[in-house]
Ligand binder design. Structure first.
Ligand code: 13P
Length: 253
C-alpha cells in the first residue's frame, strides 16, 4: 500500500520557543481531530530537532525530519551535520535536493545521490525533491527536466534503497509564490515521475512509492490536489508554520 504523507518544511523559521509551541499545537490538534492513516512529518531547523524529537519519539501521530544531511560520514566538515547525528536524536526522514539547497548551496546531482546514501546507511528515509523552474515549464520542457533530475540522482540507488525513498515534486515557480500547480498539472507530472521510476526500479516499487506535491499548497487547495490518483500527499512550506492550516491540510485526504 502506498503511504499517504503530509510533511511540513519549516525552512529557516521559528525560534526555540516558537518551534516547541507549534509542534505541541499540531500534536494536540492531530490527537483531537485526526484519526486517519496519514503519516504526518515536521521538519524543524537543526537546533530544534533534539527537543522536537522528544515529542515525536514513541508518538505515532508525528514523525521527525531534517532539512539537510551531510554526504560525509564524520570528520573535519565544519558546519555540517551527519546522518548518524540525525539518527541519534530520532530523525526518521530527511529532505534531499530541495530547490533552495540546489540553488543557494549549489548541491549537484552526485552530491544529492551521496546524501541519500548517507541517510539510508543510517536508516533515515530520504525525501527527494525535484521540480522545474518557470522557464522550463514555459518552454514545455518540464517533463524532460524532472526526468533528468531523477535519472541523475535516484537511478543509481538499488531496489532496496529505493523502497525507502519518498519523492516530492515541487515546481520552483509554485514555491512561496501563491501560484499553485493545478491538480491536473500535479497529477500529470506525478504520473510521469512514477512511470520513470518504474523504468529504473521494479514496477511494484514504483507503484508503491509515495509522491508528494509541494508549492503553495494550503487548506484551500489541498483537497483537490490530494484527490488525484498519483498525488500521495504534500510537502508544505508556508502553511506548515501555522498549526491550524497545517492540520487542516492533513485533514484534506
Ligand atoms: P510553500 O508551501 O511555501 O510554497 O513551500 C513549498 C516548499 O518549498 C516545501 O518544501
Amino acid at each position: 500500500m502506498r503511504k499517504k504523507i503530509v510533511a511540513g518544511n519549516w525552512k529557516m523559521n521559528k525560534t526555540y520557543e516558537e518551534a516547541l509551541s507549534l509542534v505541541s499545537e499540531i500534536d494536540n490538534m492531530l490527537k483531537d481531530e485526526v484519526s486517519g492513516d496519514v503519516t504526518v512529518i515536521v521538519t524543524p531547523p537543526f537546533p530544534f530537532l533534539h527537543a522536537v524529537g522528544k515529542l515525536t519519539q514513541g508518538n505515532d501521530r508525528l514523525h521527525l525530519a531534517a532539512q539537510n544531511v551531510s554526504e560525509h560520514e564524520s570528520g573535519a566538515y565544519t558546519g555540517e551535520v551527519s546522518a548518524a547525528m540525525l539518527r541519534s536524536v530520532g530523525v526518521e526522514y530527511v529532505l534531499v535536493g530541495h530547490s533552495e539547497r540546489r540553488l543557494y548551496h549549489h548541491e549537484d546531482a552526485q552530491t544529492l545521490y551521496k546524501k541519500m546514501k548517507a541517510a539510508l546507511a543510517q536508516g533515515i528515509k530520504p525525501i527527494f525533491c525535484c521540480g522545474e523552474p518557470l522557464e522550463e515549464r514555459d518552454a514545455d520542457r518540464h517533463f524532460e527536466y524532472v526526468g533528468q533530475q531523477l535519472k541523475d540522482s535516484i537511478s543509481y540507488l538499488s531496489n532496496e534503497e529505493f523502497d525507502q525513498v519518498v519523492i516530492a515534486y515541487e515546481p520552483i515557480w509554485a514555491i512561496g509564490t501563491g501560484r499553485t500547480a493545478s491538480s491536473q498539472q500535479a497529477q500529470e507530472m506525478h504520473a510521469y515521475i512514477r512511470e520513470q521510476l518504474s523504468r529504473m526500479f521494479d514496477a511494484e516499487a514504483a507503484f508503491n512509492c509515495t509522491i508528494l506535491y509541494g508549492g503553495s499548497a494550503n487548506p484551500g487547495n489541498a483537497k483537490d490536489l490530494f484527490s488525484k490518483e498519483d498525488v500521495d500527499g504534500g510537502l508544505i512550506g508556508g502553511a506548515s508554520l501555522k498549526s491550524r492550516d497545517f492540520t487542516d491540510i492533513v485533514k484534506s485526504f
